[in-house]
Design a protein around this ligand. Structure first.
Ligand SMILES: Nc1nc2c(ncn2[C@@H]2O[C@H](COP(=O)(O)OP(=O)(O)O)[C@@H](O)[C@H]2O)c(=O)[nH]1
Ligand SMILES: [Mg+2]
Length: 384
């Protein structure tokens, strides 16, 4: 008699899970694979490590009203359109939200394509976005991602109206996402191609039992598309510093990689807002890092031969690092994350709302200094 075993796959990369060979694709600890609860989502070790290095000091939360609205949306099989800001969305997932919508049909509008460096391929960006969603335990494929630049000339994929129509299967549509991702501008664009022959009016309404104000645009006699209030991103650098500084660190145009060669021991000051120490690497000499930050942020490499802490603190107190913030004056104003890179190939380390660095994985260890409460992530590279 043959024994039938269900083949289990990594939820993120899809590799067939195996517990025999650590060096082969899909490796997972035997005890995890042995669990016979087929409902549990499993990750191979490699993908699990990617998830683990999304360091969020305090999990993001959404309001009770927002969760109630989403629960109703999910129960009614609504299509959830998630708008993300391509510049920085990796730390903006809210676990509770994802739990509610994990079985809903999803469409991802990855907005602000214009801020991405020139030469980045659409297909690679879509795959990256889908990968980040999968790491946040949402079932998103490359085909579910639409790249847009809503405020600029580059408009939505031609047939996005059709995609929404197909995906919603005559159900409601809720447009959600972090504040400032572009939800309102998305619906304004939607309205430009919209004719209302439903006999119902576009209205704003308070969602029953909550204090949420929604814009309701009727799609047919009984269903609508809703603009919802954004979820706050309280773990981004912009939410920690004064408005003037927050304004400076947001890019105005396509990011251009700035190259910096770092050797183990060196440190990189990202204005007076963050700092990256390269502690160790398999590569003993200098190695090139590509830096993706707004123009007005002036990264400064400090060689390991100098007294880095002293230089950083002096820079903070004299406000000599650009940009700097009134609230960041001393090392005690920062959280420090230790990141160990175990994967090979092109990798990123990013800081929520600030930008990211990109490099070849060489077993590096870093200490990343960020203002208290700011999220840090390590990932495969966004820009190849
Ligand atoms: N660079 C760039 N900025 C955008 C784009 N779309 C929206 N924005 C800006 O992002 C901000 C937030 O947009 P909004 O639609 O109000 O976001 P909401 O909070 O999600 O409703 C506005 O200042 C827009 O000008 C885009 O495609 N590229
Ligand atoms: Mg809005």
């Amino acid at each position: 008699m043959s024994i039938l075993n269900i083949v289990r796959r990594c939820y993120s990369c899809g590799a067939i899970l195996q517990a025999n060979d650590k060096d082969k694709e899909g490796y997972i600890k035997p005890s995890l694979l042995a669990s016979n609860n087929l409902e549990t989502i499993l990750f191979c070790d490699k993908c699990y490590n990617e998830e683990r290095f999304n360091q969020n000091p305090q999990p993001l939360v959404a309001s009770k009203g927002f969760l109630t609205m989403l629960e109703d949306a999910a129960a009614s099989d609504a299509l959830i359109v998630i708008v993300v800001d391509l510049f920085s969305f990796e730390c903006s997932f809210i676990h509770e939200v994802n739990e509610i919508i994990k079985n809903s049909p999803l469409l991802i509008i990855a907005n602000k394509r214009d801020l991405m460096p020139q030469g980045v391929k659409d297909g690679d960006l879509k795959e990256y976005v889908a990968h980040r969603f999968r790491a946040a335990r949402l079932r998103v494929k490359k085909e579910d991602v639409i790249l847009t630049s809503l405020s600029g000339a580059l408009s939505l994929d031609e047939d996005w109206h059709r995609i929404i129509e197909e995906k919603r299967r005559a159900h409601d549509v809720y447009v959600i996402g972090a504040q400032k991702a572009g939800k309102t501008i998305f619906l304004q664009t939607f309205l430009r191609h919209y004719t209302n022959n439903t006999g119902r009016n576009i209205v704003t309404k308070i969602y029953p039992g909550t204090s949420l104000r929604l814009l309701e645009i009727p799609l047919d006699r009984s269903t609508s598309i809703y603009d919802t209030p954004g979820t706050p991103i309280s773990n981004g650098v912009p939410s920690k510093v004064e408005a003037e500084t927050a304004f400076k660190i947001y890019p105005e145009k396509a990011l251009v990689a700035r190259k910096e060669a770092l050797a183990p021991g060196d440190s990189l000051f990202l204005g007076g807002l963050a700092r990256i120490d390269l502690l160790d690497s398999n590569k003993k000499g200098k190695q090139e890092y590509a830096l993706y930050f707004a123009d007005s942020l002036k990264p400064k490499r400090v060689p390991g031969t100098r007294i880095i802490d002293k230089e950083f603190v002096e820079g903070l107190s004299r406000k000599a690092l650009t940009p700097s913030s009134k609230i960041l004056n001393d090392l005690k104003d920062f959280d420090v994350y230790a990141v160990k890179v175990e994967e090979e190939g092109r990798r990123d380390i990013g800081i929520a709302g600030l930008g990211w660095i990109s490099f070849e994985g060489e077993g590096q260890s870093f200490n990343i200094y960020v203002p208290h409460g700011v999220g840090v992530y390590a990932s495969r590279a966004k820009v190849l």
